[in-house]
Design a protein around this ligand. Structure first.
Ligand code: AGP
Length: 621
């Protein structure tokens, strides 16, 4: 969460910073700010709310200089008001810092600084940093050359910080310099034509930089108009070969759609085709993973958060039912503090579209560490990451990555990346089913052949439901609570439908396994609580219909996501889906979930792409 940027070069910084922040706004949009440095001093401008507020302020203000830093915030410490926006300054107002992350020891540091006479002006954890850097400058100035003062001061400040952070610092006394550093938060350095950049993520620099270098934990960097110098955690100069940026990382325009979310829903036929082209060879799945991951495999554990966890739950079902592998799915945030006892031959999969979710990264790191610490061959870690960002922290940390290749997703509500994660699990389950001879070659071919028909099927379904859901949404404008039901492989889709509705329309929604209703939640039902039920032909079809009857008897408005058939007359409204093998049905049943949530939120006039209190990439614990 939060996005940081820095620029240095011949061009004025402010417009470059603003454009870079626009590309990072998905990371947080509570407030934004920039600080530029010119020979005349430091100019800092901040505004609460969306970036557009900062941009309006900039029209009427001066932000001179060709060196600058910027920030877009997702509030952690301190409410989203202007005084808590970044950059945060030192007492002289000459040194500015932007930070992404959390400084966990900010309280004792603040108390110490206050005892020394520093007056804090914000409630942020970040504000300790400019004060600490200023102190280090003072301390070092007698024996460090002026040219190295800012660098050394930042490096010795990071030694005092605990937590996860990426920071960038400018100082009025050194107008041609930016110093940045990272610890467990993403930071990359962009190299352009005589100009240099730092950013939390590639889209911020994709149009201006030709190549980029990612910083690792503990590393720092100095940007000057002459170039970039990288330093390791001991302050030694290091070299790293930059990777070329292809420009494809740039965030596209949402036109002709009203919102990125709608555009991304509509892209799912195309992204599915891309996935199939990449990973299917005839009727074989070829994921390109190290076969060693699967040798002597006894089980799989999957760690993920939010929507990624729902995809993981579908994946768990597939791995068990298709490939016969015992699989457990965990909230990464729970797993990292209460992991199950170690078992031999376990493949641990971290699923995160952004590749930056702090809980998932930490849970994967913890699992690796405790397995290595056991120092027993059978318990050795086998780690796999499933992500849309192979260049992310997860991608760089794990040797084995399955790229879902869904393309850039801007809407905070995950849609096409969820589809990509589902496809990754279909690929993995079919690959494992073949390796373990859990299914015959003909059966596996049957699944891959059906999958090949999905892109046009999805496209047609999206077009059809876009219209139905747009008109249906009008009935939900005053809904306060909604229940989603599903069973078996579609239970996670019910959870995903409820999450999508909650996060963008602010309507309270819960997903339940349909058979669980009578054990308590049925007490919630009355005519004001719509129930959406997923009912797909399969072993529990009749059971789901009985559960739906129980809800109908409580007079609730009933929406069905089911095939057109006699039984479907039970529903007040039917969002029809074609009949496919039930194990493949989540790829279809999720479409009406996404579109209904989208149209309800859009009809309520809400900010669909940037819902309140959320951010696309949750880089804090
Ligand atoms: C999805 O719509 C949500 N915004 C959220 O639950 C998200 O899935 C979760 O934060 C995990 O993100 P990740 O996939 O980047 O790890």
């Amino acid at each position: 969460m939060c996005g940081i940027v820095a620029t240095i070069g011949p061009r004025p910084s402010a417009p470059l910073l603003l454009e870079a922040l626009r590309q990072l706004e998905y990371r947080g949009y509570d407030s934004a700010g920039i600080a530029t440095v010119s020979p005349r001093g430091l100019h800092c401008l901040r505004a609460s709310g969306k970036l557009v507020n900062l941009s309006r302020k900039l029209e009427a203000a001066t932000a001179a200089g060709v060196t600058g830093i910027g920030h877009t915030r997702w509030a952690t410490h301190g409410s989203p008001e202007e005084r808590n926006a970044h950059p945060q300054l030192d007492q002289s107002g000459q040194l500015a810092v932007v930070q992404n992350g959390i400084i966990e020891n900010h309280r004792p540091l603040r108390e110490q600084l206050e005892a020394e006479g520093v007056a804090f002006v914000s409630d942020t954890d970040t504000e300790v940093i400019p004060h600490l850097v200023a102190r280090q400058i003072e301390r070092l100035s007698s024996h460090v050359a002026p040219a190295d003062l800012l660098l050394k001061a930042v490096q010795s400040t990071t030694d005092l910080l605990k937590g996860a952070y990426a920071i960038a610092v400018v100082w009025a006394a050194r107008p041609g310099e930016v110093v940045a550093a990272r610890w467990q938060a993403p930071l990359l350095v962009g190299l352009g034509e005589g100009e240099f950049f730092c950013a939390s993520d590639t889209p911020a620099i994709a149009t201006v930089a030709r190549s980029a270098v990612s910083l690792e934990d503990g590393e720092s960097v100095r940007l000057t108009p002459l170039g970039v110098e990288l330093f390791d955690c001991d302050g030694n100069r290091i070299q790293r070969t930059p990777r070329r940026l292809e420009g494809g990382d740039q965030i596209a325009d949402k036109r002709p759609y009203r919102h990125f979310m709608l555009k991304e829903i509509h892209e799912q036929g195309e992204s599915t085709q891309r996935w199939l082209d990449r990973y299917l060879r005839g009727s074989r799945v070829e994921l390109g993973l190290d076969p060693g991951l699967f040798e002597g495999l006894h089980g799989v554990e999957i760690l993920a958060c939010g929507t990624s966890r729902h995809a993981a739950m579908v994946g768990g079902h597939l791995l068990q039912q298709l490939a016969g592998i015992p699989t457990s799915v965990h909230y990464a945030s729970e797993f990292r503090y209460a992991p199950p006892p170690l078992r031999p031959g376990i493949l641990t999969i971290g699923v995160t579209q952004s590749g930056e979710t702090a809980d998932t990264l930490a849970a994967m790191a913890m699992e690796e560490e405790r397995r290595l610490a056991a120092d027993v061959t059978e318990l050795a870690p086998r780690l796999l990451g499933i992500t849309n960002r192979p260049e992310s922290s997860l991608g760089r940390r794990l040797p084995q990555i399955l790229d879902i290749a869904a393309g850039v997703e801007v809407g905070v509500a995950a849609t096409k990346t969820f589809m990509g994660q589902l496809l990754a699990f279909y690929g993995l389950a079919l690959d494992l089913a073949a390796r373990r001879h859990a299914r015959s070659t003909e059966e596996i071919q049957g699944f891959t052949d059906q999958l090949k028909g999905f892109p046009p099927l999805l496209q047609a379904l999206i077009e059809q439901h876009d219209q139905c859901c747009a008109s249906l949404a009008q009935d939900f404008l005053h809904t306060e609570d909604m229940i989603y039901l599903g069973r078996g492989i579609n239970y996670p889709i019910a959870l995903e439908g409820a999450l999508k509705l909650k996060e963008i329309s602010y309507i309270h929604a819960e997903g339940y396994p349909a058979g669980e209703m009578k054990h308590g939640p049925i007490a919630l039902l009355d005519a004001k609580v719509p129930v959406l039920s997923i009912a797909t032909p399969g072993p529990v079809f009749e059971k789901v219909l009985s559960n739906v009857q129980e809800a109908k008897a409580r007079n609730v408005p009933l929406i069905g996501v089911a095939p057109e058939c006699q039984d479907a007359q039970l529903f007040d409204v039917l969002l029809p889906i074609p009949v496919v093998n039930e194990l493949l049905s989540p790829l279809l049943t999720v479409i009406p979930m996404q579109l209904l949530s989208y149209h309800i939120a859009a009809s309520k006039g809400l900010d669909v792409d940037q819902p309140r209190n959320l951010a696309k990439s949750v880089t804090v614990e």
